[in-house]
Write a protein that binds this ligand. Structure first.
Ligand SMILES: C[S@@+](CC[C@H](N)C(=O)[O-])C[C@H]1O[C@@H](n2cnc3c(N)ncnc32)[C@H](O)[C@@H]1O
Length: 371
C-alpha cells in the first residue's frame, strides 16, 4: 500500500478522521477498531516507518503544510500536538508560555486574526511548540469558516496541557460545540499502566461527555479487589505478559506514595507510565531480587500501551515511539465517546488481544451502539 492511498476500511461508514501529529498510531489503531477511516499526518521518519508497516494511511509531512481544505471529507479532527509543560503554579517560564498561547488563541478566535506567519517567526524549541499547539485551532477555525465544521474534535496530551484545552473548550463553545475536558487515568480504562492524559472531546450535535471508567483506580498498596464494586479490577503487567515469570520493574519515575517505592512496580501491578525511556528500566526476578532479567522488548512495551502484540514497530527510536503514543485502548473509549457511541468491554478485550490486521472489513471490528 502506498502511504497516501486512502483505503475504505469500512465501506458503509461515512466517518473520516484526520489525525494531526499522528505518531506511530495510538489513535489510528483505535479508529481502525471502530471502523473509522483515518489519515494521519506525521513528519518523523521512524514513526512513519511503523505506520507504513502497519498499513496506516499517512501523509509523511509537516502538519503546518496542510489544512482542512486538503481533507474535505473529514468529519472528525484529532490530535496530540507536542506541547511544553506549562507549570501554572509558581509562575515562571511555564506560566509565561501559557499566557502567550492563550493570547494567540484569543487573537485567532475572538479577533479572527491569522497569526500563522507571526508564530512561524518565533525562534527556539519552546516557541516552535507554541505554534504546534495552536495548529488544531487553525484547522477548527478553517473548517468552520469554510462552512464545513468538524462534527467532532478530540485532543489529547499530558495533564499539564489542561489549561490550554480549557481555552480550546471556551473557543469551541463559542463555535456552538458541546465540550467536555478533563484528565483521565489509563488504568481506569483497562490499560495495564498508570498514565494520566488531558482529553478534550467536542461535538457539534449531542452531549459531550468524557468516557466513564470501566476499571478501578490504582492506589499503591491497595489490592485490586478493593474499590468500587461496580468497576472491574485494574489490569496488571503480568496479565498482558503471561510468558514472563514474576518480576519487579525499577525505573527512574516515581509511582507516588512512599519515596522508598518510587519507580518500583511489581508484575502484579499496572506498569508505571510508559515513557520513551522504558528500555532503560531494569527488571528483577521477584524470586531473587539480585537476578536481573531481560529488559522489556519493544513488543512488550507496546503491550503495556495496549498495542496489538504483533504491531510492526519499525524504524529507530522504538521506545520513544511507544512512549509517545496514546494507549489505543484509552483512545477507543475517547473516540467512541466523541462519536456518541458505546461498546461492551468484552468486545474491546477481544480486539485489543487480537492480531493486528489493517485489512478491509464489512463492519467494524469493535461493534458499537448509540450511547
Ligand atoms: C505525542 S506524539 C503523538 C502520538 C500519537 N497521538 C499516537 O497516539 O501515536 C507527537 C508527534 O508529533 C510529531 N510531530 C511534531 N511536530 C510535527 C509537525 N510539525 N508535523 C507533523 N508531525 C509532527 C512527532 O514526531 C510525534 O510523533
Amino acid at each position: 500500500m502506498t502511504a497516501s492511498v486512502q483505503p475504505q476500511l469500512f465501506p458503509s461508514a461515512q466517518t473520516h478522521m484526520v489525525d494531526l501529529f499522528a505518531g506511530p498510531g495510538g489513535l489510528d489503531v483505535a479508529a481502525h477498531w471502530l471502523g473509522i477511516n483515518v489519515t494521519g499526518i506525521e513528519w518523523d521518519d521512524d514513526a512513519c516507518a511503523t505506520r507504513t508497516k502497519a498499513g496506516l494511511v499517512t501523509k509523511h509531512s509537516d502538519v503546518r503544510k496542510f489544512g482542512p481544505e486538503d481533507f474535505p471529507d473529514a468529519t472528525v479532527l484529532a490530535g496530540g500536538p507536542p506541547c511544553q509543560t506549562y507549570t501554572v503554579a509558581g509562575g515562571g517560564a511555564g506560566r509565561r508560555s501559557l499566557d502567550q498561547v492563550l493570547e494567540y488563541l484569543h487573537r485567532m478566535v475572538v479577533d479572527g486574526e491569522d497569526v500563522t506567519e507571526e508564530v512561524s517567526k518565533l525562534h527556539g524549541n519552546d516557541d516552535e511548540r507554541t505554534g504546534l499547539v495552536l495548529e488544531p485551532m487553525r484547522w477548527i477555525l478553517g473548517a468552520h469558516r469554510g462552512g464545513k465544521p468538524y462534527e467532532a474534535v478530540v485532543l489529547e496530551q499530558v495533564p499539564a496541557v489542561l489549561p490550554v484545552w480549557d481555552a480550546y473548550a471556551k473557543a469551541l463553545q463559542g463555535l456552538e460545540y458541546n465540550v467536555a475536558c478533563g484528565v483521565l487515568h489509563t488504568e481506569q480504562f483497562g490499560v495495564p499502566q498508570t498514565r494520566r492524559r488531558a482529553i478534550l472531546i467536542a461535538r457539534r450535535h449531542g452531549k459531550a461527555e468524557l468516557p466513564k471508567p470501566s476499571h478501578r483506580l490504582y492506589r499503591k498498596g491497595r489490592s485490586r479487589s478493593e474499590g468500587d464494586s461496580d468497576l472491574l479490577p485494574w489490569v496488571s503487567m503480568e496479565d498482558v505478559l503471561p510468558d514472563r515469570k514474576k518480576f519487579v520493574v525499577v525505573s527512574n519515575y516515581g509511582t507516588g506514595g512512599d519515596p522508598k517505592d518510587r519507580g518500583r512496580r511489581r508484575s502484579d501491578e499496572p506498569s508505571a507510565t510508559v515513557t520513551g525511556k522504558i528500555s532503560r528500566n531494569r527488571l528483577y526476578s521477584t524470586a531473587s531480587l539480585s537476578r536481573e532479567l531481560e529488559r522489556f522488548t519493544p513488543e512488550e512495551s507496546g503491550r503495556l500501551q495496549t498495542f496489538p502484540v504483533d504491531y510492526p514497530w519499525s524504524g529507530k527510536q522504538i521506545a520513544q515511539q511507544v512512549g509517545n503514543a496514546i494507549p489505543p485502548r484509552l483512545a477507543a473509549h475517547v473516540l467512541a465517546a466523541a462519536l456518541g457511541r458505546k461498546f461492551e468491554t468484552a468486545d474491546l478485550d477481544r480486539v485489543v488481544g487480537a492480531a493486528w490486521d489493517p485489512g478491509l472489513y464489512e463492519k467494524p471490528l469493535l461493534p458499537t451502539t448509540q450511547a
